[in-house]
Ligand binder design. Structure first.
Ligand code: PEP
Ligand code: MN
Length: 346
């Protein structure tokens, strides 16, 4: 349930509303917007039945939230959530690009990739140190050494780093290096992991599971948020269907549906969605046109030699071309893209 307060509601009035709701055994979340403040209530709403909330000073309206996700639902927040990412933020006017290799393979390759993507306008560096691989015999990442390389390259370039955490036992370790914790498609419903990353304040990039509905994704976000972490970024990365011509089926419509359903930022990962380098550019354009707040793109200095996902990774020239090509789409939806930077500044 949400309680919409009147313009100019006082702190005392807000405190009083919250005290009464909490005394009935529900939790409250205050969301302050430029024009209004909302008190979201989570718990057994039956218990509020005998409290005449509408007559409380400062209360304008009381609405039920019929969706199963509450904290993640659009109604629960007075405005769109903005998640900080280095000098940028996701969910604002800017379309934020995160780029880097599928896996961290060494210092030199990560450094050169970071420089290339930063110069082209990316705002964050991605790279897996712990990799979820379908086969246990595939390269499974450099582990802690990979995290150290990410931190080293961040200190040289200033780019914040996004990296995956797969195991509850490693959340603390990964969080001590990462600026954003990625929860991958295969772990979207690992509820123990969602709970653990929810205990931190570090932003969480939550990728849609391969067979997860949009509702499942929002309920996974709710897990994280219900632990107290409001900084969730949702990522559409393709789902599994009967189609075999692409690695996954990019669910383009999920982007505007998510933007309608939630106040959280929504990004797209065209690399995993299409699974082929030739599809990354058109899918990126489509995602931006559909309202995505950002893109996550796999880039490798030599995709042919990549230890994972080489077939869908762009080389430096292709990434630069993508960044130039996406700009008119960004402008068409009246948003901004970071400018290309001078090499010397990176
Ligand atoms: C990745 O980002 O490299 C990754 C493994 O993605 P997903 O979890 O979407 O498959
Ligand atoms: Mn990958």
């Amino acid at each position: 349930m949400i309680i919409v307060t009147r313009k100019g509601v006082t702190q005392e009035e807000l405190d009083h509303i919250r005290e009464r709701v909490e005394a009935a055994g529900l939790r409250t979340h205050v969301s302050r917007g430029e024009h209004r403040t909302i008190v979201g209530c989570v718990g057994d709403e039956e218990r509020l039945q005998n409290i005449p909330l509408l007559s409380f000073p400062g209360v304008e309206a009381v609405h039920p939230v019929l969706k199963p996700y509450k904290l993640a639902s659009r109604e629960f927040a007075a405005e769109a959530t903005r998640v900080p990412l280095g000098e940028a933020e996701l969910g604002g006017e800017e379309v934020v690009v995160i780029a880097g290799p599928c896996s961290v393979e060494g210092l030199d390759m990560l450094r050169s990739t970071a420089r290339c993507v930063a110069e082209a306008g990316a705002r964050a560096l991605r790279g897996g140190a712990f990799k979820p691989r379908t086969s246990p015999y595939s390269f499974r990442g450099m582990g802690q050494e990979g995290l150290e390389i990410l931190a080293q390259v961040r200190s040289e370039t200033g780019l914040p780093v996004v990296t995956e955490v797969m195991d509850t036992r490693l959340v603390e370790l990964v969080a001590s290096y990462a600026d954003v914790l990625q929860v991958g498609a295969r772990n979207m419903q690992n509820f123990a992991l969602l709970t653990e990353v929810g205990r931190l304040r570090r932003p969480v990039l939550l990728k849609r599971g391969m067979s997860a509905t949009i509702k499942d994704l929002l309920l996974a976000a709710e897990y994280v948020m219900s632990q107290g972490n409001p900084n969730v970024i949702l990522c559409e990365r393709g789902i599994r269907t009967f189609e075999t011509a692409t690695r996954n089926t990019f669910d383009l419509a999920a982007i505007p549906v998510l933007k309608r359903e939630t106040h959280l930022p929504v990004i797209a990962d065209p690399s995993h969605a299409g699974g082929a380098r030739g599809l990354v550019e058109p899918l990126s354009y489509a995602a931006v046109a559909a309202g995505a707040d950002g893109l996550m793109i796999e880039v490798h200095p030599d995709p042919e030699c990549a230890t994972s996902d080489g077939e869908q990774s762009l080389d430096f020239g292709e990434f630069q071309a993508l960044m130039r090509g996406v700009r008119p789409f960004v402008e068409a939806v009246r948003r901004t893209l970071a400018a290309e930077r001078e090499a010397a500044r990176v």
